[in-house]
Design a protein around this ligand. Sequence first.
Ligand code: SAM
Length: 282
Amino acid sequence: MTNSSTHDNSAIDALPSVAQIVSSLDMRARKSLGQNFLFDLNLTRRIARNAAAQLTGTTIEVGPGPGGLTRALLLEGADRVVAVEKDFRAATVLESLLHAAQGRLELIEGDAMKTPLWEIGTAPRRIVANLPYNIATTLLIQWLEHASAFETMTLMFQREVAERITAQPGDSAYGRLSILTGWIADSTILFDIPPEAFVPAPKIVSSVVQIRPLEKPRFECDQKALENVTRLAFGQRRKMLRASLKPLGGADLLESADIDPQCRPQDLDIEAFCRLARMMAL
Ligand code: SAM
């Protein structure tokens, strides 16, 4: 048995390396699917260990690709991994892992954007993913709308996006993603991953971010209203809010929420944005 797991992982340990499987099947990375693969099992196991102290319940992986992170999750003791992948080639490349996992791994062939991850399996649920960068923030916002379904989300982003997610008011990266995440979750950057760890190597550094949903949002407001007001406010970051929020009532809306209409979006904390969202609903 492999150290941290109560499962018998000998069949997984006996598999050829992920790099060998990919090379034997000639699975080339596709840019259109945001494919940058991780082959280093030490690194993927580090990500899996950080995902949860115990991988009980359902571990949902988006975009398993050739399965480097999937394999790590199983080796680190995940009871059940459900992997959602859009690339139809994954079924072939994951075949030996599916077999070796002896029922602990399920592959859903489909688009994660159209898959309600919050309904998959039983709680506790967590998402662990090396996300395709082109759709990473859209997916995050969708999952935040169902945050209470997840114990944690341990996700890889470009470093610059990770900084935006975890930023606090006053930080230069503070913006819409910081507010939508901070309203309903704690988040932290766990560690960086250099470009050379990926095949092919991207141009930028990546970061693993852990998002831990709260039992309830920090401040009362409608999530969709918060999404809308932050979209408009940060769509024109340099403008005063009275101009960027004109479609929602501009200066009148701001005054009703007791906010100086001359403010720019980065001047407001999460509580102030929630006040605006509440006023919009009136
Ligand atoms: N997890 C693998 C790894 O770490 O080596 C692959 C990560 S790669 C950055 C992103 C993966 O997401 C690819 O396998 C890609 O095919 C998959 N993907 C892209 N768009 C997707 C979508 N809409 N739904 C599900 N998977 C998607």
